[in-house]
Ligand binder design. Structure first.
Ligand SMILES: Cc1ncc(C[n+]2csc(CCOP(=O)(O)OP(=O)(O)O)c2C)c(N)n1
Ligand code: SF4
Length: 342
């Protein structure tokens, strides 16, 4: 009898296409692509069962570069396409890709609904705080004062925080990662993939051409340890090069303060332990964006629950039970019907 050789495990390279990648040299999108390809290899994704769906923008070119099924759809509407794809074939593993303009300007409405419905897809929002493809106009995440072709005197708009927005829409999985953090990003993407329901991951992405260095005050090697707190479920929220700082709840202001962690450790200093199932804590962590507090990265919130697809399947079952003996004709002629005369 011939012995069958088991198929070799796919590597990240096997998930890359032969398409010429058309991002600017040095764009953060390359690093995100690498992290996603590594994740697909790690989770042993089946290319025949995987779909990448995007809207419009530089980020939205993503499906061309992944050796799976893909849809490059219309501006802001990737969440709507993804919802239809997932409902039509719940077996498919669906990833939604878009920039901050695509998902929070024209697509803000669609993002809200895919999240609140808890459709079982992974939404990756590449946040470079600018419209890259259209040459650098201010986006909904651009900081106040951002000078751009559309805001030559500096933006007077208040920026939206992507993670706070989706939490407000009822998100049950919220995480934040950074393009260049190749060690951590695949782990975050893997968690997003494991979660049943809509998983939202904001990825801080450097647009080297139109907004270079916008996250430097968070990501530069010299400041990263002091400017980022990594959220790990069940572990104290400490940060700093020597883990010498921590986040503590201020009961008087109901806000987070930074405290020094002494020799007695984080518990003695009253540092909070991260509980990714705590929505109130998630709201506070997601909102940290000024210099007084570090920026939260990692899995900020995770609450397992019924996904939209499961809800729709239950509803269909119930409808079938109720209309067991009904035929199409009786359904068509049941209820309020009337005849229109000439
Ligand atoms: C209906 C419509 N309106 C506007 C545009 C122009 N447009 C194309 S991409 C884009 C925004 C891109 O920014 P972002 O989503 O942040 O992605 P990035 O290019 O930075 O990755 C805009 C406004 C369009 N293509 N279609
Ligand atoms: S314009 Fe910016 S976001 Fe677009 S490919 Fe170039 S560097 Fe990347």
């Amino acid at each position: 009898m011939n012995e069958l050789t088991p198929p070799a495990k796919r590597t990240a390279k096997d998930f890359a296409t032969d398409q010429e990648v058309r991002w600017c040299p040095g764009c953060g999108d390359y690093a995100i692509l690498r992290a996603v390809l590594n994740t697909l290899a790690d989770i042993e994704a089946d290319p025949a069962n995987t779909v990448f769906v995007s809207g419009i923008g530089c980020a939205a070119r993503f499906p061309y570069y992944v050796e799976t099924y893909g849809f490059h759809t219309i501006h802001g509407r990737a969440p709507a396409f993804a919802t239809g794809i997932k409902l039509a074939n719940p077996e498919l593993d669906v990833w939604v890709i878009g920039g901050d303009g695509d998902m929070l300007s024209i697509g803000g409405n669609h993002l809200m609904h895919v999240i609140r419905r808890n459709v079982d897809v992974q939404v990756l929002l590449f946040n470079n705080e600018i419209y890259g493809l259209t040459k650098g106009q201010a986006s909904p995440t651009s900081r106040a004062g951002t000078r751009s072709p559309s805001t030559p005197l500096g933006s007077v708009d208040n920026p939206v925080s992507a993670c706070v927005f989706v939490l407000g829409a009822g998100a049950k999985f919220v995480a934040r990662g950074i393009d260049a953090q190749q060690k951590d990003l695949p782990g975050i993407l893997k968690r997003a993939h494991e979660h049943k329901g809509a998983s939202f991951v904001e990825i801080l992405q450097n647009c080297i051409v139109y907004n270079d260095g916008v996250f430097a005050d968070i990501t530069e090697k010299a400041v990263a340890a002091d400017r980022q707190v990594v959220c790990r479920h069940g572990e104290p929220l400490v940060f700093g090069k020597d883990a010498d700082k921590g986040l503590k709840l201020n009961p008087a202001t109901l806000s987070l303060d930074v405290v020094a962690v002494g020799e007695d450790g984080p518990e003695a200093a009253g540092v909070l332990v991260h509980d990714e199932t705590n929505r109130t804590l998630a709201g506070m962590l997601a909102a940290m964006d000024d210099h007084a507090l570090p920026v939260a990265v990692g899995v900020i919130y995770c609450e397992p629950g019924l996904s939209y697809g499961e809800g729709v399947a239950h509803m269909k079952e119930e409808a079938r039970k109720r209309a067991k003996d009904a035929d199409l004709k009786s359904i068509m002629h049941g209820g309020h019907t009337w005849t229109v005369s000439d």
